[in-house]
Ligand binder design. Structure first.
Ligand code: ATP
Ligand code: MG
Length: 347
């Protein structure tokens, strides 16, 4: 099993007073002043738990593919090999992007900024103009909004070179496909192809599964984006993924700062967590973090099914009836993806 240990603070805590005052070196963890109250301490502990990065197999594989694409880019091939990463909402695409980019920070030189990896989110209604502008802003162009589309494109190609950009990551790429009509922004797709060709910098595109549609209809982009990785939800009807999901829960369990082992990895509870989260990492983190919050606030030594049931109501489905709550005994195994349910629209 390749799921790695997550960054952790694994000491078991028996009372609120024992919660560390200054958790990890997290960006989000503002040091808790001595006079802070229990609520602040609990909140910080929960947020620190929430900030754990789960390096599951799909995540590692995608990181590896990005690194490969990045390495290949250094050869400046005429047609750089690019990469498409798709996944449903909350499966960790943007987290992956940030994790990768953090390994290659910008470097301020006297005369310019080195940007090994340029990354940005595409606007919701992309046009050549607004995408080019966003790229220029990220490249530090003080006149990003000035000039014609051609002028902007030429500046992008120059700046990509001057800033030593080795890889570009574009997130939210599904905006190239209109949700209702499935119409693809051909113009922008063609423009993108020419930026890739002129700059010879490989691109990683990230977005929802409907991104595949863009490559279906644009054969020139399709050729450049042959390697594809999917960062999907865990599915317990597939044995290997069931193991991975279990492994994720086991690692999260290890990093829970609670007095006693929780119910997360119990045989009868794992499928309930699966139905409660649809196997999506975002919902899994939310459910367990909220459970930790409840356990700490109520001075409970552990997370049991009752805690999970209430956490589900708080962070996943407030209006769930008993039979819709996977942690209630009235629940019968089923996906919660009918219209009006939390996972409607997910596969
Ligand atoms: N590998 C991970 N380890 C821990 N938490 C994660 C991981 N991946 C995602 N998360 C949690 O899920 C949340 C949502 O993830 P993220 O924003 O990366 O999803 P996404 O695939 O980009 O979704 P969307 O398509 O809606 O933009 C994150 O804020 C984080 O809390
Ligand atoms: Mg995202």
């Amino acid at each position: 099993m390749n799921t790695q240990a997550i960054s952790t603070f694994s000491q078991r805590i028996t009372s609120v007073e024992q919660l560390p005052k200054n958790l990890l070196d997290l960006d989000l963890a503002t040091p808790i002043p001595d006079e802070c109250d229990d609520e602040d301490r609990i909140e910080n502990t929960v947020m620190a738990f929430r900030a754990n990065l789960v390096r599951h197999m799909g995540f590692e594989k995608a990181l590896k593919e990005m690194a490969r694409c990045h390495r290949m880019g250094r050869y400046r091939l005429d047609e750089p090999n690019c990469l498409l990463i798709t996944g449903e909402s909350g499966c960790g695409k943007s987290t992956l992007r940030r994790t990768y980019v953090n390994q290659y920070p910008r470097l301020e030189l006297e005369d310019r900024t080195l940007i090994p990896v340029l990354h940005l989110e595409l606007p919701s209604q992309p046009t050549v103009k607004n995408v080019a502008e966003r790229m220029l802003i990220q490249l530090g162009d003080p006149f990003a909004e000035k000039g014609s589309a051609e002028g902007k494109t030429a500046r992008i190609v120059t700046l990509l070179k001057e800033c030593g950009v080795e890889l570009v990551i574009l997130d939210e790429f599904q905006h190239f496909v209109d949700r209702s009509s499935e119409k693809v922004e051909y113009k922008v797709a063609d423009w993108l192809k020419s930026v890739i060709n002129d700059s010879k910098v490989p691109f990683v595109l990230m977005g929802l599964p409907r991104c595949h549609r863009i490559l279906e209809v644009n054969e020139q982009l399709r050729r450049r984006f042959l390697p594809r990785v999917s960062l999907h939800r865990f599915r317990i009807d597939i044995q290997d993924e069931r193991r991975q999901f279990f492994s994720v829960l086991k690692n999260l369990e290890k990093s829970l700062p609670l007095q006693s082992p929780s119910a997360l990895c119990e045989k009868t509870v794992v499928p309930r967590i699966y139905y409660a989260t649809h196997g999506v990492i975002d919902h899994t983190m939310k459910l367990i973090s909220e459970s930790l919050n409840i356990a700490l606030s109520e001075h409970r030594p552990t997370i049991d099914q009752d805690v999970l049931r209430r956490a589900f109501e708080r962070v996943i489905w407030a209006d769930a009836r008993d039979q819709d709550n996977p942690f209630h005994q009235a629940f019968k195994d089923r996906h919660l993806n009918r219209a009006g349910e939390p996972f409607y629209g997910y596969q």
